[in-house]
Design a protein around this ligand. Sequence first.
Ligand SMILES: [Zn+2]
Length: 236
Amino acid sequence: MKKLIIGFTLVVAVFLLYGGYIYENKDTHADEYISVYEEVEEVTVNKFENRRSEYIEGEKPLYVDGILLVNKEYRLPRDFSPSGGKLEDEVIEAFKEMQEDARKDGLVINIRSGYRSYNTQKQLYNTYVRRDGEEKANRYSAMPGYSEHQTGLAIDITNERTNRSIGSWFNDTPQASWLYENAYKYGFILRYPEGKEHITGYMYESWHYRYIGKEHSKNFNMNNLTLEEYFGIYEE
Ligand SMILES: [Zn+2]
């Protein structure tokens, strides 16, 4: 009986999620989308609760519904290294497809930063702390083990100026707008949306996209949802 109820809940969830996906105009349908999301919240909370016990800090990372969760609370083991220390092939494939479609719309997008090892992140973080102090650095840089870049699933995207260090200048580029509108179609989500710093712990990063696969990313088409909210692990 319990299995039947879970099965039924999942069918309803899929139906509701798809309902959210088909809304095309993000402004007109914002209210509907939010109410659709509220309906599925309970299901994702359960998924998180079922997996949380499998997390062992520093030894076993946390996967929820196949999504690797890395944030300020859940970190990666020091030696966690995907695909032998590079971006996952699936991410590269998805990015190439996205890059080609952006090109058709007249825009160049490139990967500015992909996989970063624990040690690289450590050096980077220490540099930022020396420059800006710990409190400020923590708003835009992750401590080693806590960076999504170590997953091999996160990328910083830039335009044709691949040598320019990425930053808020990217916010106003047509590339940032294009990604905002389209990235979810390729499995990517804007990981640190504007106005969500109290949830993610990071300031808005218009360039940082996280690959979670299309099945999940389609629920993020308005870029106002964070992974934390998706899993129901954030409370106002
Ligand atoms: Zn990044």
